[in-house]
Design a protein around this ligand. Sequence first.
Ligand SMILES: *[C@@H]1O[C@H](CO)[C@@H](O)[C@H](O)[C@H]1NC(C)=O
Ligand SMILES: *[C@@H]1O[C@H](CO)[C@@H](O)[C@H](O)[C@H]1NC(C)=O
Ligand SMILES: *[C@@H]1O[C@H](CO)[C@@H](O)[C@H](O)[C@H]1NC(C)=O
Ligand SMILES: *[C@@H]1O[C@H](CO)[C@@H](O)[C@H](O)[C@H]1NC(C)=O
Ligand SMILES: *[C@@H]1O[C@H](CO)[C@@H](O)[C@H](O)[C@H]1NC(C)=O
Ligand SMILES: *[C@@H]1O[C@H](CO)[C@@H](O)[C@H](O)[C@H]1NC(C)=O
Ligand SMILES: *[C@@H]1O[C@H](CO)[C@@H](O)[C@H](O)[C@H]1NC(C)=O
Ligand SMILES: *[C@@H]1O[C@H](CO)[C@@H](O)[C@H](O)[C@H]1NC(C)=O
Ligand SMILES: *[C@@H]1O[C@H](CO)[C@@H](O)[C@H](O)[C@H]1NC(C)=O
Ligand SMILES: *[C@@H]1O[C@H](CO)[C@@H](O)[C@H](O)[C@H]1NC(C)=O
Length: 405
Amino acid sequence: PGGSRLLLPGLWLLGSVSCLLGAAGGDRRKVTLHYNPGSNSSSVNLLHVRAVGRSDTLHYVWSSIGAPTVLLIYTRSERSALRVNWAKLLSASPAGAIWIEPPGSVVYATAVVFTKVFEYNGANASALSKGQEEPFYPPYDLAGFSWQSVNHTVNQTALTAQFQGVDTSDPGGAFRNGTISFQVTAYEQGGRDGPLPRLLHTANSSKVEFIMDKVAPRGNSSRFMLEVVTVEEKGGGHKRLQSVRSIDDEYTPTIFEMAQLVSGPRNDSIGPNFFQWKTTAYGSRDASRENAIRCRYSPLQTANRTLPGPSIAHAYFGEGLGRSHSVAAINISFGGEDGEVYAEKGYLSWSALLGFGTPPEDAFSPLVMAIVAVGLGTPVVLLLAGGLVVLFARRKHQSQYEPIN
Ligand SMILES: *[C@@H]1O[C@H](CO)[C@@H](O)[C@H](O)[C@H]1NC(C)=O
Ligand SMILES: *[C@@H]1O[C@H](CO)[C@@H](O)[C@H](O)[C@H]1NC(C)=O
Ligand SMILES: *[C@@H]1O[C@H](CO)[C@@H](O)[C@H](O)[C@H]1NC(C)=O
Ligand SMILES: *[C@@H]1O[C@H](CO)[C@@H](O)[C@H](O)[C@H]1NC(C)=O
Ligand SMILES: *[C@@H]1O[C@H](CO)[C@@H](O)[C@H](O)[C@H]1NC(C)=O
Ligand SMILES: *[C@@H]1O[C@H](CO)[C@@H](O)[C@H](O)[C@H]1NC(C)=O
Ligand SMILES: *[C@@H]1O[C@H](CO)[C@@H](O)[C@H](O)[C@H]1NC(C)=O
Ligand SMILES: *[C@@H]1O[C@H](CO)[C@@H](O)[C@H](O)[C@H]1NC(C)=O
Ligand SMILES: *[C@@H]1O[C@H](CO)[C@@H](O)[C@H](O)[C@H]1NC(C)=O
Ligand SMILES: *[C@@H]1O[C@H](CO)[C@@H](O)[C@H](O)[C@H]1NC(C)=O
């Protein structure tokens, strides 16, 4: 018992130290945010996040020109710069309007495009789980949305910005009070988010939070689904969908699964690129276990996909996008049979992390390590105690019988 009393604080300490080391991470990047670089207009949004490391630069280009899109570009130079030909970008043929100088510094580029939001009636859970046709309402095409200027939302201290949009056609009036937003966060160093789902991040990653706020549902049991399309250079291989499971849910209570899309060159020091999320969304600004919304995902579709236009992915990757790139798509749905959490507050928030390098993975939390230690320690202690008891009993036994001999 004395041993386990020492063991516990020891493990706590070990856990805390490894957490601190993880947070410090060694790597730091200098991050700057630029709104519409080279343009005076604020009628369209392009946010350039430049994250400079010791000998490389990560460029994230977020834009609501066309479908909301982020380009991730990894360059082996601290001085690589983003160039935008605005006239071309806003024209009917934007191919080649976005590039990096010097072009030779680019090691790898990929894009994530948020194309559509689907809404369906989720009342019949049995029909849903059988994969039968769900009653779908007409989808919201995010490329057709009207987006507010991001300029006033850019926070250079917190490294955040928000793209907020409404459906301009909106025949049913669902967006009279409602908005769909993409909240973007960049990171200078590794660490863990404060609010749920408390994602672990590195200096090589950024976060996007998809938020539906007061969008009026079109039915009493509406569920929503976000379609995400990724664009990959052919050299990077195909995107793979992975599920990482853990028995530890201390950071994200009741959630044991992390899903991620991974691809990219494995021969390079920067490693693959990733897009990862915990399988949960939240139905309130104050995310908590109580308002968690179950999040599912469809199989990754890779066969014969083309990227629906327009988007800044076309502007960067050019006309040959279909042939020299692989396009993959996935649906991420929010809410199943777990009640009407969205209807309650009219709020839904889902976070995902994207970046280069090995995708962050939760280590066992100190608390769980302690519990495991106790769990493992107790039988050992019992075994030892049992052994001693047997030993003493035997001695006693022997001593009892000794007189007979
Ligand atoms: C921005 O506006 C200033 C003054 O209004 C003008 O001189 C300049 O050319 C504009 N720059 C661009 C890139 O449009
Ligand atoms: C963005 O906001 C800043 C400060 O509020 C302003 O100086 C700048 O002109 C704005 N940029 C555009 C493109 O509107
Ligand atoms: C739910 O789906 C099942 C299977 O498709 C169907 O038999 C049943 O009638 C549906 N129930 C309702 C209430 O729509
Ligand atoms: C920017 O973020 C910081 C840190 O979160 C916050 O203290 C500050 O008020 C924000 N600035 C603006 C203009 O919102
Ligand atoms: C919009 O908000 C107003 C007042 O808060 C409310 O009366 C109205 O019903 C709402 N409209 C929709 C479509 O939710
Ligand atoms: C939605 O709920 C309201 C009140 O609970 C009910 O009156 C209405 O019939 C329901 N609509 C549908 C399509 O089920
Ligand atoms: C990694 O592989 C790709 C494609 O096979 C190649 O183009 C690239 O030069 C390689 N990178 C390094 C650092 O070897
Ligand atoms: C993909 O396209 C090719 C040629 O257009 C066609 O032969 C093939 O059947 C398609 N595959 C799928 C899964 O649709
Ligand atoms: C997402 O779901 C919608 C509706 O079922 C479907 O039309 C679309 O093809 C799906 N997309 C993917 C990538 O599975
Ligand atoms: C971040 O990128 C740098 C290369 O600039 C690499 O050395 C480092 O290992 C990466 N960190 C993580 C956590 O992937």
